[in-house]
Design a protein around this ligand. Structure first.
Ligand SMILES: Nc1ncnc2c1ncn2[C@@H]1O[C@H](COP(=O)(O)OP(=O)(O)O)[C@@H](O)[C@H]1O
Ligand SMILES: [Mg+2]
Length: 290
């Protein structure tokens, strides 16, 4: 038995997609050992084709492994009862273009056997949660922007109040502000005690939210660890301050070198272009800029 604190555990999980000839077989995932604790935000990172979607499909029981196994909340992947406790945001969502956001969620809420009052409450609650502009909720989804469509898909994944949410490329196609909003949503899910497994090929997208992550490359784990440890340059110390005169800068550099520090560098702190963009949009929205 697996302790219930483990949301996901895979053992030597492998997938080879069949091909007509042996040379056409694709080893998409090779002996993956993954452990995700409950309440964690776990990042499954890697370039395109590295096996992220394959991993997710195996965890959901949508495809079968070639060898190895996967437990999700202590049960074999694909278990029907467990499936009810999982929310899934697919890489591409297939929503009905002619339904609006409310109708779409209402349709899925019916599948969860919610009564009318429950449905209405849940639909509005989750559309609020994902921040879908109320003025578009009655418009058909075919007219939505990519960001709006992604939000509806996410609301759908959350509708049954799952304990584990699996998101395949949640931020793909979103602008930096949309990305930031998705990150904030993920943080709120964590605060609510949920476990989140998310995949991304754009590492910066998920940098601030993951507790732990693995980086896949050609179906194998290349790097694994706590985000904080992975990003910290343990042998480099950094000092940052305002109102530093040229003289003080020179003095600090001199002291550092005298005391045996090497590769001493000083200079102006820089912001990332992405942060600049986000700040600009935020100020614009708050009406400060015109
Ligand atoms: N149904 C399939 N049949 C054959 N090969 C596949 C299939 N699905 C994915 N692959 C291959 O498996 C590898 C991993 O794909 P995938 O898991 O989708 O990667 P990622 O989600 O990281 O981009 C790729 O080489 C891809 O071409
Ligand atoms: Mg994928």
């Amino acid at each position: 038995m697996v302790a219930d604190s483990q949301a996901i555990q895979t053992r030597q999980l492998s997938k080879v997609y069949p091909g007509f000839f042996k040379s056409q077989q694709v080893p998409a995932l090779t002996e993956l050992n993954l452990r995700v604790d409950q309440g964690q935000i776990f990042g499954l990172l890697g370039p395109n084709g590295s096996g992220k979607t394959t991993t997710i499909k195996l965890l959901l029981g949508l495809i079968n492994p070639t060898s190895g196994d996967a437990l999700v909340m202590g049960q074999p992947a694909g278990d029907q009862e467990t499936r009810r406790r999982i929310g899934y945001l697919p890489e591409e969502s297939y929503l009905y273009r002619f339904l609006n956001a409310r109708q779409t969620l209402d349709f899925y809420a019916r599948l969860f056997n919610m009564n009318r009052a429950e449905r209405r409450r849940a639909v509005d609650y989750y559309l609020d949660f994902v921040g879908l502009d109320p003025s578009v909720r009655g418009r058909r989804i075919g007219t939505y922007s990519k960001g709006q469509t992604r939000r509806v898909a996410l609301a759908q994944a959350l509708l049954n109040n799952p304990d584990l949410i699996i998101m395949d490329e949640p931020t793909s196609g979103l602008d930096p502000v949309g990305m930031l909003e998705i990150k904030n949503m993920i943080m709120r899910l964590k605060e609510a005690g949920k476990t989140v497994l998310l995949s991304s090929h754009q590492l910066a997208d998920v940098e601030d939210v993951c507790d732990r992550l693995v980086i896949l490359y050609r179906g194998r784990i290349e790097l694994e660890g706590a985000l904080r440890d992975l990003l910290e340059k343990k042998d480099v110390f950094q000092l940052s301050a305002r109102n530093v005169s040229d003289a003080l800068q020179a003095k600090l550099t001199q002291i550092a070198e005298q005391e045996g520090a090497t590769e001493v560098r000083t200079g102006r702190a820089r912001v990332r272009l992405e942060d600049l963009f986000k700040e600009l949009v935020a100020r614009k929205r708050s009406g400060e800029l015109r």
